[in-house]
Design a protein around this ligand. Structure first.
Ligand code: UD1
Length: 343
């Protein structure tokens, strides 16, 4: 089997990783999933297999463990890696910065070093719109200056981008793409895979679906006095299946040798700002239910508004977000109902 059509997906049992594995397989790639299951379940790999009808190579591996990771490189031939494996809770990263720097950076450096050592060229990194912080001009383009990170989590994204850029510059045969995700939401339409946060969700949509399911009493809308049309924050919510397809487009570009420079960055969003209130009323409407919610103080660290200028991804990757907010919010609820056994 040629390595060109095989992709190593680290963190492939996670939310975005599992959806990406599905789309890679649908596009004809073989995937090798590694995951330490620290914030995911092996059920999602079963879900990937059920959706695609294909058996997936899956190993429980911590990407911080260099020896274990080497065994994966020895065992499988692949030309590309998509590195999702990372911790992602902003608040926790403030309380436990070392945990974040240790895990997110060591694992990434292990991946990059072994890709270089084994002559495997293509590295795709999961970055985040968080690197833009409170941007001066909206929508943000890939050239909008990054703001100093306000959390260790955000800092690991910036540092990892820099590591990748520097390695692509220094080492011939190392190519990198960083995808800066906006706010990923929703689930696969089959409801076989989706987001499964442990404990109280930090992010808006899982909190909404858990409130609708009766697990949380009431949704807090963090601030309605922002300088935005309805006073609540604006974000760019991207459907997770659309986001997964952006990874396929990026891998296609790398494996086809089409990159213009050997390090490239793309914003992956819809280009449409949506307020917290619009999101929650759309959720109520499409799913025909009422959500208990109240206005509360702003959440420290939240930026008032951020959304993507997506023309680079549209034109260069040939990728565009296709799902409507309505479809996505329906899929989010279908998934929550499935997980909670709600008819
Ligand atoms: C958050 C992280 C960001 C990370 C991203 C990953 C913070 C400050 N930012 O982005 O670094 O990359 O998740 O997905 O944590 N909201 C409520 N009530 C809630 C939850 C959220 O009103 O219970 C509002 C927030 O104020 C925000 C919007 O919903 O305006 C989206 O919040 P969230 O889903 O947490 O995403 P971000 O804050 O954009």
């Amino acid at each position: 089997m040629s390595g060109k059509r095989t992709v190593l997906v680290s963190g492939g049992a996670g939310y975005i990783g599992s959806h990406t594995a599905v789309e890679l397989i649908n596009a004809g790639y073989n995937v090798v999933i590694i995951d330490n299951l620290s914030n995911s379940e092996s059920d999602s790999v079963t879900g990937v297999e059920q959706i695609t009808g294909k058996k997936v190579d899956f190993e429980v591996v911590d990407t911080c463990n260099t020896e274990r990771l080497k065994q994966v490189f020895d065992r499988y031939e692949f030309d590309s890696v998509i590195h999702f494996a990372a911790y992602k809770a902003v608040g926790e990263s403030m309380a436990e910065p070392l945990k974040y720097y240790q895990n997110n950076l060591v694992s990434f450096m292990n991946i990059v070093s072994l890709m270089k050592e084994y002559g495997r060229p293509n590295i795709l990194f999961s970055s985040s719109a968080t690197v833009y912080g409170d941007a001066e001009h909206l929508p943000v383009t890939e050239d909008t200056p990054r703001q100093p990170a306000t959390s260790p989590y955000g800092n690991t994204k910036q540092i990892a981008e820099d590591i990748l850029r520097d390695c692509c510059r220094a080492y011939a045969g190392v190519n990198g793409i960083a995808l800066r995700y906006f706010n990923p939401i929703g689930a696969h339409p089959s409801a076989l895979i989706g987001e499964l946060p442990r404990g109280v969700p930090n992010n808006l949509v899982p909190f909404i679906t858990q409130t609708a399911a009766g697990i949380r009493e009431c949704l807090s809308v963090f601030g309605n006095d922002y300088d935005t049309p309805d006073g609540t924050c604006l974000r760019d919510y991207i459907d997770v299946v659309d986001l997964a397809k952006a990874h396929v487009a990026a891998v296609d570009r790398m494996t086809a040798g089409k990159m213009e420079e050997n390090y490239e960055i793309f914003n992956i969003g819809t280009g449409r700002p949506v307020s917290v209130l619009e999101l929650l009323t759309t959720f109520e409407k499409v799913n025909d239910l009422k959500l208990p919610y109240r206005m509360t103080d702003r959440r420290p660290g939240d930026v008032p508004a951020v959304w993507a200028e997506t023309s680079r991804a549209n034109e260069v990757l040939g990728w565009k977000a296709e799902k409507t907010l309505e479809e996505t919010l329906r899929s989010a609820w279908e998934w929550e109902k499935k997980v909670r056994n709600i008819k």
